[in-house]
Ligand binder design. Sequence first.
Ligand code: CA
Length: 220
Amino acid sequence: MRVLLIEDDDRIRTDVTAALEAAGYVVDVSGDGEEGWHLGDTELYGAAILDLGLPGMDGLAVLKRWRASGRDLPVLVLTARGAWSERVEGIDAGADDYLAKPFRIEEVLARLRAIVRRSGGHAAPVIEAGRASLDTRQMRLSIDGVPVSLSPQEYRLVAYLMLHKGRVVPQQELAEHLQSVHFERESNAVEVLIGRVRRKLPVALIETRRGFGYIVPGDA
Ligand code: CA
């Protein structure tokens, strides 16, 4: 899953980015409110982590502008310690959750997983589709209870389709989620990846809707 991190504190940005990447996320980073707003407005992300005190444009303004233009990605807001008014304002502006500084990196990851699950309509950390089971905490796919060995990118592909099971996901949307902004995009990269994943699975989990995209059927 692709995540946008907007934070101007170098230390926090570096630490959170490292933790997110270690957990398998693709991370786009900005230290500036205006640039971060633009990324969230024009790129597709599974979630954003947004600091409120930012140069360029403050975090509340970023969030309000996204929501006003229909950007409904889940957003975790980072606030200063004890600033209860910031938390209230953040939630009023459309934040899905908030975290006060200083925080433990594990809490960022846990809250991020929770807002992503809620946005996909999945309350449980395990998503089932037929014989397939995706554990979003362990970042592991199992078929009939047997774990499948996937690369981080293969996992991201399966996870995105399972989070949106029952919906046809266009190839372009998948490509957006799998690759960070600065990544070279090859036209058939998604097809190649889908092929690799299919060969690893003993079941036909991912269906092709030719000309439309790919789907994990809701009743797979
Ligand atoms: Ca700040």
